[in-house]
Design a binder for this molecule. Structure first.
Ligand SMILES: Nc1ncnc2c1ncn2[C@@H]1O[C@H](COP(=O)(O)OP(=O)(O)OP(=O)(O)O)[C@@H](O)[C@H]1O
Length: 252
C-alpha cells in the first residue's frame, strides 16, 4: 500500500494575472519517485516550488487550494517555513554549494537546527556524504572548499546537504541537466538509492531519465495536468493523445 506523505488538492498558482498551475490534485508517497514532465513553461517548476513554499519569495505569486502533509496545510499562516523546508528539501538545476568547506556545507543545516555536539555533527556529515555516494571521494578533503569539487560532485554535495537535516521529501528541479553524462548517471543512481528512504519529486526534460528513475509520472501542459499514472503505463500506453505526442517527441 502507498504511504502518502504529501497531497495537493485543487492547487492553483498565479503570478499576477497569469494562471500558471491549474487545479492540480496529486499524491506523493514515501519510497516513490514522481517525475513531472511537460514542455517549457507548462508550470512544472512553479508547481514544484509551491510544495515547499519557495514561491513565497516571488512578490506577485499567489496560491489557492491545499498542500497537505498529514493534517497540516503548509500554506497556513502559522506554518513554520524553516521547519517546513527542513522536512521538504530542494535540489536545484545548478549545484549551489555554499562558499564553505565540504564539511561545513553539510554541517550548516543540522547546526542551524540546534545540533552543536561535534561528534554528532561528524556522524551526520559522514552518513549524509555516504548516502549521497560522495564519502569515498571527499573523506580526505572535508576541510577543502566545496568549490574545489567537480560540477557532478557539487550536485551530490547539495543532495547530501539536503539529506543532512533528515527530510521526508526531496524536490529536485532538473538535478542532472547541467551535468556531463557520467555525473548525470551517478545522480540518477543516487535517486534510485535515495528512494529506499525518501519521497522524491523530480522535474525533468529528459524522457529517458523520467522513464528510468520514476515510479509515477505526471504530464503537464499549459498549467494543467493532462495525465498521471504509473511511469510504465504513461510511457508505453498513455491514454491521452497529447501525452503520446509529447513523449514520442512530436512537440516540446
Ligand atoms: N516569477 C514569475 N513571474 C511571472 N510569471 C512566471 C514566473 N515564473 C514563471 N512564470 C510563468 O509561469 C509559467 C510556468 O513557468 P514554469 O517555470 O513553472 O514552467 P516550467 O514548466 O518549469 O518551464 P521550464 O521547463 O522551461 O523550466 C510560464 O508561462 C512562465 O512564464
Amino acid at each position: 500500500m502507498r504511504n502518502i506523505v504529501m497531497s495537493t488538492k485543487d492547487l492553483n498558482v498565479f503570478y499576477g494575472e497569469k494562471h500558471a498551475v491549474k487545479s492540480l490534485s496529486l499524491d506523493f508517497a514515501t519510497k516513490e519517485v514522481t517525475a513531472l514532465i511537460g514542455p517549457s513553461g507548462c508550470g512544472k517548476s512553479t508547481f514544484l516550488r509551491s510544495l515547499n513554499r519557495m514561491n513565497d519569495l516571488i512578490a506577485d505569486a499567489r496560491i489557492t487550494g491545499e498542500i497537505r502533509i498529514g493534517d497540516e496545510d503548509i500554506n497556513h499562516p502559522k506554518t513554520d517555513v524553516v521547519l517546513l523546508r527542513q522536512k521538504i528539501g530542494m535540489v536545484w538545476q545548478r549545484p549551489n554549494p555554499f562558499h564553505k568547506s565540504i564539511y561545513e556545507n553539510i554541517a550548516f543545516g543540522p547546526r542551524y537546527h540546534g545540533i552543536r555536539d561535534k561528534r554528532k555533527l561528524d556522524e551526520i556529515v559522514e552518513s549524509s556524504l555516504r548516502k549521497a555516494a560522495l564519502w569515498e571521494e571527499t573523506k580526505d578533503r572535508l576541510n577543502r572548499s566545496a568549490l574545489s569539487l567537480s560540477g557532478g560532485q557539487q550536485q551530490r554535495l547539495c543532495i547530501a546537504r539536503s539529506i543532512a537535516v533528515s527530510p521526508d521529501i526531496i524536490l529536485m528541479d532538473e538535478p542532472a541537466s547541467a551535468l556531463d553524462p557520467v555525473s548525470s548517471a551517478k545522480v540518477e543512481e543516487l535517486i534510485t538509492e535515495l528512494k529506499q528512504e525518501y519521497c522524491i519529486v523530480i522535474v525533468t526534460h529528459n524522457m529517458q531519465q523520467a522513464a528510468r528513475v520514476s515510479d509515477y509520472t505526471a504530464f503537464f501542459l499549459m498549467g494543467e495536468m493532462v495525465e498521471y499514472g504509473a511511469t510504465d503505463q504513461i510511457f508505453t500506453n498513455p491514454e491521452d493523445k497529447r501525452t503520446h505526442d509529447y513523449i514520442s517527441g512530436r512537440f516540446g
